[in-house]
Design a protein around this ligand. Structure first.
Ligand SMILES: Cc1cc2nc3c(=O)[nH]c(=O)nc-3n(C[C@H](O)[C@H](O)[C@H](O)COP(=O)(O)O)c2cc1C
Length: 179
């Protein structure tokens, strides 16, 4: 069955290894007939969650009228969510975390998302740099009842060209094909 996939891509870099993983995933997913909508969240104007709980009092309505509305509308139609980010201090970028927090606005109405995957780039020598953001991702999946369908961590990426010919690009494409 064709999936409706939303990708939240968190790198602020214009030339980004994370975006290369996203592009490879998208190639695989579109080739398999899935719909893919990608948001480069660092290019959008999105404020941090205010914790005002207005979205619980008036279901799904956030008091902040910014670019998050577009993402919330896309997420309401999505069955699959891909979080993609460079690792910044053993976490996702602040821009992506900001968007994750703002999905709080969907909690009361319930999420249509059923499947989730994580794509990450980092400069550390080992994939272990991904352990803290992977732990966060898994906690969110458990809480939201999303099925984890893939995690890819690409280490040793200092410059965007370092990802050329790396196996993680093919892994991301394969994940997109089989998702
Ligand atoms: C503010 C900042 C924090 C970073 N923190 C980490 C880190 O904790 N672990 C790591 O392995 N790489 C870290 N990096 C390196 C990036 O994750 C790495 O360069 C990544 O490949 C960048 O991906 P991008 O090209 O998609 O932006 C950091 C980079 C920046 C700018």
């Amino acid at each position: 069955m064709n999936k409706n996939i939303v990708i939240l891509a968190g790198s602020p870099r214009k030339v980004s290894s994370t975006d290369r993983l996203v592009a490879a995933f998208t190639e695989g997913a579109k080739g398999a007939g899935h719909n893919v909508t990608t948001f480069r969240v660092a290019d959008m104007k999105i404020g941090g969650c205010l914790g005002c709980n207005h979205c619980f009092q008036e279901t799904g309505i956030c008091v902040q009228k910014d670019d998050m509305q577009t993402i919330l509308d896309a997420l309401r139609k999505a069955d699959t969510l891909i979080l993609a980010s460079p690792i910044y201090y053993w976490g996702v970028t602040s821009q992506l975390k900001c968007v994750i927090d703002r999905t709080y606005a969907l909690l009361k109405e319930g999420s249509s998302v059923k499947f989730a995957a994580l794509l990450m780039a980092c400069c550390d020598d080992t994939e272990a740099a991904g352990d803290p953001p992977i732990a966060m991702f898994r906690q969110i999946c458990a809480y939201m009842k999303w099925e984890e369908v893939g995690i890819i961590v690409a280490p040793r990426l200092n410059n965007p060209k370092d990802i050329n010919d790396r196996p993680e690009l093919d892994q991301a494409k394969q994940l997109g094909m089989k998702i």
